[in-house]
Design a protein around this ligand. Sequence first.
Ligand SMILES: [Fe+2]
Length: 492
Amino acid sequence: MAWYNNLLKRRKNLKIINDVHFLFESNFDLNKNELNNKISFIEHHMSHMASAFFASPFNESAILSIDAFGDFSSTVLGFGEGNKITKIEEVNFPHSVGQFYTAFTQYLGFHHYGDEYKVMGLAPYGKPKYLKEMEEILVIENDGLFHLNLDYFTHHTNGVNTTMLENNDPTPSLFFSKKFEKVFGPVRIKNEKLSQYHFDIASSVQKHCENTIFHLLKKLYNKTKIKNLCIAGGVAQNSVANGKIIQNTNFTNLYIPPAAHDSGTSIGSALFYYNQVKNMQRSPPMFNPYLGSESSNEEIEVLLKRKKIDYKKYNDNDLVNETAQLLFDGNVIGWFQGKAEFGPRALGGRSILVDPRRNDAKKLLNAKIKKRESFRPFAPSILEEFVNEYFEVDDKAPFMEKVLPIKTNMQNKIPAVTHVDGSGRLQTVNKINSPKYYALINSFYQLSGVPILLNTSFNENEPIVNVPEEALNCYLRTEMDVLVLGNFIIRR
Ligand SMILES: [Fe+2]
């Protein structure tokens, strides 16, 4: 009867989807029925797969969509050729790798929607001592797929509900069962000190998640026999797992879009409709994440004058050289340039930058701006040509989508961006896609001999700043030393 229940749920969802017209009308100030355009519904995993494959440089590719749930599926293995995607196999509700990871994220005391990256950050502090227990819960099957041992979960009986907190923070209901608590012990309460046990649990969860991904990819490769792979879905945000895929599978080429999670389904749905439904030819591959809003220097200057802020204007060349010198001199810099990045990562459009050679960078950033958990690493942006010199694997990661091991002899050269296990979640910076950011890192390289900057998102316990006024407010509110807003430099 599972299929029948799914059908009922799909019908219920359809009712919600029909409200899309209403949502458009109310948000864009349209009169009722003014919106005559037809709305097409694209299945969740087809959107995810399209966001990766149709944006990729591959004409043929294996595709994995791996998620919590979407349209009652959690995982889809697929194949893309030209402007068509076909499904090969799928795993349906209630079985899900994402749900497995989220249950442990909640157990470790992180309850907000999207907190899974914190478990990923904790994992290198522990050892995968509880792998056997994990294998009992998320069971790898001989046919190449997996299932959850439902004794440990509640989502299949209680549903997946999300509450919105006062500050619009979505928080899902708890997914783990009494048996889960019996086996793993008391749940970590908020602000409880993290112990070695918590680290080992995080490490075991991460390791088993990676093994499950490799297991699925083995099946996918055997079905497709293609060396190219595209991945999307919430679990594709697991940059640690992503960084290990080429070494642990038969795939040799990997593309992951800048927003592999649900926000990327906006691009995925558009691409699916354009390519697959309308049969249009593929567009050039997407390696440029800068799709958001931008402000001209004229608009920025009006803002600075209105706010009575002292500033100095520079041409492009002088701006990057002056900023590089300020970084070299030890300043924490807010860097706001061009269009905002699409997706969860700051990639040199809305970034806070620091000299990666500083031992005290983490402390400094936490004291001046970020105030975040001490176990979370900061990321390196590196000029594309130098990856081989600093990392064990010579690879590209334009969207900060992979964590790779840093060469042992380089780790003490860039301590601010080296995680406890010697890894770094790198962003490779390309001259064509990020010319100004490339020029800045290159200028810093001329001064320091290091072609890398510490790059963290431009925000302070808030969404990443989007417009100049938000960047200026963040600068004024925190102890950031310098703000580079378009071609203007603002100092304390
Ligand atoms: Fe999704």
